[in-house]
Design a protein around this ligand. Structure first.
Ligand SMILES: [Zn+2]
Length: 304
């Protein structure tokens, strides 16, 4: 084995220090940086993940079905997203936003209603036709298509944990913003309140336990805590404005039974197993919010 390659594999993608294996997730080793505490999968595993491309693949081609779904998403997420715009409107006067990884465009559709000038970037080829046909929103497949120094807000919601080389990505986002522009970030917390106890318990029996929390090969290749997220983003020149954690039931960021794919589940679809395995911990994790141990990290940064 070439030692140099092996070392490069486990170097922290945020601060370039060495990582230490802390356990496994779906048979892949998870590393934690000895400096900034960011958690991540090996470089080869991070860069080879392609399962994200299948997102939104199941969308119907039928225009009526699609339109009905589009209305449903807007109704279900409307209150939540309007509250997020209210926060953004207090942080900055300009009204030009790009949502990078905008999925089906629901957040941008609400922005249009509020008079925002909206732009989107989404790599999924399945999502763009939905946004165009149902909300009249057109967006780019690649970040490179956008002009620099032109946005008041760059939003990345549930995006950063999928990015194998986040430094390069954040540097690009920095350039897109106007001076004093805001970067709004939402990511899953790698080890929320309940997972902390589960992982601690398992670590009594093995030194590299199976890890509960938010790292999954082929999807979430990075795992954050509030500090490691702040450390990563500020390295690209941003200043932290506000960072906190939320859990299921939060009226602004995390409505009940939101599953991340914008297909809100409903009580009738939830069985006992999923209730115990997912929904109960996600609710209990609210206890962890003030400790930085909620389910999701929400963070606002400002370009200098
Ligand atoms: Zn690090």
């Amino acid at each position: 084995v070439n030692i140099e390659i092996a070392v490069d594999e486990v170097i922290c993608p945020s601060c370039a220090r060495q990582g230490k294996c802390i356990g496994v997730s779906f048979d892949q080793e998870v590393y934690k940086c000895t400096g900034c505490k960011l958690c991540y999968l090996k470089k080869s595993v991070r860069t080879n993940s392609d399962n994200d491309n299948h997102w939104y693949q199941g969308l119907s081609d039928n225009a009526d079905v699609s339109a009905k779904l589009a209305r449903k998403y807007k109704t279900e997420m409307g209150d939540c997203y309007r509250s997020q715009y209210l926060i953004l409107e207090k942080l900055i006067e300009g009204r030009k936003i790009v949502d990078v990884g905008c999925g089906l465009g629901v957040f941008l559709a609400i922005g249009v209603e509020r008079g925002w000038d909206v732009y989107g970037v989404e790599s999924s080829e399945y999502a763009a036709p939905f946004a165009l046909n149902n909300y009249g929103i057109q967006y780019a497949q690649r970040l490179d298509a956008l002009p620099n120094n032109s946005f008041d807000i760059v939003r990345i919601s549930h995006v950063l944990e999928h990015i194998p080389e986040p430094r390069e990505f954040l540097d690009k986002l920095y350039l897109l913003l106007r001076s004093k522009g805001i970067l709004a970030v939402m990511v899953p917390n790698r080890e929320p309140f309940c997972a902390t106890f589960v992982n601690k318990f398992r670590s009594f029996f093995t030194s590299e336990p199976r890890l509960s929390g938010a790292i999954y090969p082929d999807m979430h290749v990075l795992g954050f805590c509030p500090n490691s997220l702040t450390r990563l983003v500020t390295q690209s020149g941003f200043e932290a404005v506000n960072i906190f954690t939320v859990s299921m039931g939060n009226k602004v960021y995390f409505p009940m039974f939101y599953d991340g794919l914008l297909t809100c589940n409903h009580l009738k679809d939830i069985n006992l197993r999923s209730l115990i395995k997912y929904y109960l911990p996600m609710t209990v994790d609210n206890i962890g919010n003030p400790l930085g141990k909620g389910q999701w990290i929400v963070a606002y940064f400002r370009r200098k």
